[in-house]
Ligand binder design. Structure first.
Ligand code: ADP
Ligand code: MG
Ligand code: ZN
Length: 494
């Protein structure tokens, strides 16, 4: 039985870990390159050998700052690194260097766009929503355990410390989300924003963005929060959304049946589509945080913060708003065109060449994006330069070729890299709009189909389409359909 969800309110807070795109690690000079020979990018510092001392990577601070500013956080001029103590094989020091009570940045106010979803998961009714971000702090990543063989049978475990010491930004929100889709829209916003400002690749598939969701429910009208559960192993934004949905239903069902929830960490099982318990609060670590004695406080000057702020590009949220307002696009379309900075740049450059913002948006959204996705490339790698896409939109606008021809031309431009005008010329595509020429073709068609003409004139109006088809065929598809329609109506009247 599906529980009565209407009486309940969902509460969600999110923790996102984003790998910052530095070339070297946060406290040593080892490379952060992915895919190298296991343990080849290591040194005494990231291996955790006794006596090795960490030195903070300035670039990690700068990228962390870009991320924090892109999400509307306040940068603390002074922050403290702290040791978070726990034992795990992929953490050779026995502690992770993180930040605790004096983080790098805090108190963010972020506006995101969020939508309702229908049964099929299609978004509608996009609306702005404000999220409070508690903090963004800097920390190092741990290594990776690699298992081989089946559990209990020929099982080997290996440790690869190439990832140990990679810089991370941990971003924690207040429990502000009220649905799994709001959480989904937020994580997508964060992904886009971090990638946009060059702070992180922010690609969940590559594991350089990871998220954890804290979920609880309460009866509508209650003012205190219910028992929360922490969800881990969410390998995509969609899995996160599904895991939250599953968990909310489990909570409501348990509570309606008079049961109780325990505060625990649960893992999403993507094959079984369910969460399962990993550890309870009692088993949770006491991290015994204390200030890292080997690193001085991190002090950033106001000038540094302002320099970084000034170097940021126009951010995705404001840019989408501007697209909607100045180009007359819907918020959903503006959101799609700003899903990636290179796409947004591409769009604006194409508009400059086409002088038709809406048509350009439509051609990019319905045709170009499909080609880019099929080729697995981004807009800045498009074989069709933005100015050429604009030129194509313009010749369609001017009636030189039809929209239908335009679609074929675009596909060929994408495949060959040739310009629109070159293809139009080569294929002899130029659309005929000259009424004299079209009239001649129409006269021929009418003369050759006197039967149909008689039927049409005696009321069988459905034959109009037949005549259009014949004229288009006789003109080899070159006649301007609009002119054909007008002239045919005229001539068929007699
Ligand atoms: P913990 O000490 O268990 O890590 P925190 O207070 O640090 O808990 O919060 C961790 C995350 O959980 C934050 O994103 C916060 O917004 C969220 N959170 C806290 N309480 C709740 C709750 N009752 N329901 C859902 N999320 C919550
Ligand atoms: Mg926490
Ligand atoms: Zn190292």
């Amino acid at each position: 039985m599906k529980p009565e969800t209407n009486d309940w309110e969902t509460i969600i807070g999110l923790e996102v870990h984003a790998q910052l795109s530095t070339e070297s690690k946060i406290f040593c000079g080892c490379s952060t390159r992915f895919g190298d020979e296991p343990n080849s990018n290591t040194c005494p510092v990231c291996l955790g050998l006794p006596g090795a001392l960490p030195v903070l990577n300035r670039r990690a601070v700068e990228l962390g700052m870009r991320a924090a500013l892109a999400l509307g956080l306040h940068i603390n001029e002074r922050s403290i690194f702290a040791r978070k103590n726990y034992f795990y094989p992929d953490l050779p020091k026995g502690y992770q260097i993180s930040q605790y009570d004096q983080p790098f940045s805090a108190n963010g106010t972020l506006e995101i766009m969020t939508a309702a979803r229908d049964e099929g998961g299609h978004a509608h009714d996009w609306k702005p929503m404000t999220i409070q971000i508690t903090r963004l702090h800097l920390e190092e990543d741990a290594g990776k355990n690699v298992h081989e063989g089946l559990p209990d049978v020929d099982r080997f475990s290996y440790i690869d410390l190439n990832r140990a010491g990679t810089p991370l930004a941990e971003i924690v929100t207040e429990p502000d989300f009220r649905s799994s889709w709001q959480a989904y829209d937020y994580v997508n916003h964060v992904r886009r924003a971090l990638h946009w400002v060059g702070a992180s690749e922010a690609d969940m598939e590559k594991g350089n963005l990871r998220c954890e969701a804290n979920v609880s429910v309460r009866r509508k009208g209650d003012t205190t929060f219910g028992t929360k559960v922490e969800l881990k192993n969410l390998n995509s934004v969609r899995f996160m959304q599904k895991a939250i949905e599953f968990e909310v239903e489990r909570h409501i069902k348990t509570l309606e049946e008079g049961g109780r929830l325990v505060q625990e960490t649960r893992l999403w099982d993507e094959r079984l589509n369910e969460t399962r318990a990993m550890r309870s609060k009692e088993e949770a670590h006491d991290y015994r945080y204390f200030p890292e004695p080997d690193l001085p406080p991190l002090v950033v000057t106001k000038e540094f913060v302002e320099d970084v702020r000034a170097s940021l590009p126009e951010l995705p949220g404001p840019r989408a708003k501007r697209f909607a307002e100045t180009y007359g696009l819907s918020y959903a379309d503006a959101g799609q065109l700003t899903s990636d900075r290179s796409l947004a740049d591409y769009y604006e450059a194409a508009v400059e060449a086409s002088a038709n913002a809406r048509a350009t948006a439509n051609w990019i959204r319905s045709e170009l994006i499909r080609e880019l996705e099929n080729a697995g490339i981004t807009a800045d790698e498009s074989p069709i330069p933005a100015s050429e896409l604009g030129a194509l939109v313009r010749i369609i606008d001017e009636g030189e070729i039809s929209g239908k021809q335009g679609k074929d031309v675009l596909v060929e431009m994408f495949a060959s890299g040739k310009s629109a005008t070159a293809i139009v010329e080569e294929r002899g595509l130029v659309q005929v709009s000259d009424t004299g020429e079209i009239d001649r073709v129409i006269d021929e068609v009418i003369a050759a189909n006197s039967n149909q003409l008689e039927q049409y004139r005696s009321g069988k109006e459905a034959l109009f389409g037949f005549f259009v088809g014949q004229v288009m065929k006789a003109s080899k598809g070159k006649a301007n359909p609009k002119v054909v329609n007008e002239r045919l109506r005229e001539k068929l009247k007699g």
